[in-house]
Design a protein around this ligand. Structure first.
Ligand code: NAD
Length: 359
């Protein structure tokens, strides 16, 4: 059959991948003609910041400073505080080390100042591969996309992921798979992105169960990080659909944790869309071990092995929130392969809340 027409744009960005690649940071800073990086992390990852400072000093680069107050959902008062610190210390670039929260702060500073951003991701969330930034002000989250938001250089060093706790590794990995899944049926999908999506999903689905049982398994960690990179590319290149809309709705309105919410919602959102996307379901099944040709079954098997929580009620969502979540999910819809029917969406959200398996 003739191929569907498509458009493909590669996001520009340099990737340095491999165990020990953090030691290449000084060379990367020099390559850009810079000398005074501001280092960014969350309060939980200050030891990673100290490691970075040592690596830079070994390469004769003196960091302009360390700012370790990065916070989930990129609150603008934190960005302003970091910007003031950056100006005081005359930094000429930012280096972020951490998960999506820290990458978000690096993006927020970089897009405001025009300074280069080197991102060193330590989870599987994939933000480093996207030109997207979500920020909160007075409790309201707004998201924008701008090519200037994409970090110029990304260093993937598996060694930095070894301390990611098993539970967060599992949910962060499924968060990555969710990006790939939605890119398969995105309104602007194309064969290149689908190739990344299937390879990324397969790498993560194979490695995550090993990581959960043996968090120090470096081979599995490396395979998961490779998968997360590919899944991040798919997120940065595709229009997301029902699954991401539901997760944004639920996370933003009921303050539910990011990766855990993605993990609970994914099989349900996929099951809703399944009748509209038979060929994508077959492709996805081929990337999931033990799926027996059924992608939903394959996902359920994976989530079972990862020992993750399956109910939004486990994270404090209340039964009376189901109707409110349904209304928000039905408003300002993202393009989706299957039309949204309110009663069916309500039932989907109810099943996520109750933790009933997707069918
Ligand atoms: P996170 O960045 O909030 O990290 C969770 C916690 O784990 C933090 O305390 C962090 O310091 C810690 N941590 C991270 N890596 C660690 C490691 N290797 N060892 C020990 N501790 C570690 O979590 P996340 O899931 O990576 O990111 C979620 C946030 O990123 C959300 O706000 C989400 O909206 C955003 N996000 C944005 C995009 C985008 O494209 N803009 C994509 C994905 C996620």
């Amino acid at each position: 059959t003739i191929m569907n027409p498509f458009e493909y744009n590669a996001n520009p960005g340099r990737v340095v991948f491999g165990s020990g690649s953090i030691n290449k940071l000084p060379a990367e800073v020099q390559r850009l003609g810079l000398k005074s990086p501001l280092l960014l992390s969350t309060p939980q990852q200050t030891s990673h910041l100290d490691d970075l400072a040592k690596v830079l000093e070994n390469g004769n680069i003196k960091p302009a400073g360390k700012y370790s107050n990065a916070t989930m959902h990129t609150p603008s008062h934190i960005t302003e505080e970091a910007m003031a610190y950056l100006k005081e210390n005359a930094a000429d670039c930012v280096v972020s080390i951490g998960g999506g929260s820290t990458t978000g702060l690096g993006k927020a500073i970089s897009v405001r100042t025009g300074l280069p951003h080197i991102s060193i991701p330590t989870t599987y969330a994939g933000s480093e591969m996207t030109p997207i930034l979500g920020e909160t002000q007075d409790g309201r989250k707004t998201t924008r996309s701008d090519p200037k938001i994409l970090p110029g250089t990304v260093i993937y060093d598996v060694d930095l992921t070894m301390t990611l706790p098993a539970a967060l590794s599992a949910t962060s990995g499924v968060n990555a798979i969710a990006h790939a899944v939605e890119s398969l049926y995105a309104s602007n999908t194309n064969p290149i992105i689908r190739m990344f999506a299937l390879e990324g999903t397969s790498s993560l689905a194979k490695s995550l169960p090993t990581i959960v049982n043996d968090p120090h398994n470096k081979d599995a960690r490396s395979q998961a990080q490779y998968g997360a990179w590919l899944c991040g590319i798919t997120l940065g290149s595709s229009a997301m659909a029902l699954h991401h809309k539901l997760c944004h709705t639920l996370g933003g309105s009921f303050n539910l944790p990011h990766a855990e919410t993605h993990t609970i919602v994914l099989p349900h959102a996929l099951s809703y869309n399944a009748p509209a996307i038979p060929s994508q379901m077959a492709d996805l099944a081929s990337a999931l071990p033990e799926s027996n040709g059924d992608a939903i079954h394959g996902l359920n098997v994976l989530l079972e092995k990862l020992k993750v929580k399956r109910a939004l009620s486990d994270f404090g969502m209340k039964e009376e929130d189901i109707d409110k979540a349904t209304d928000i999910a039905m408003s300002a819809q993202y393009p989706n392969p299957r039309k949204l029917e309110k009663e069916k969406i309500r039932e989907l959200i109810r099943r996520c809340w109750a933790g009933e398996p997707a069918k």
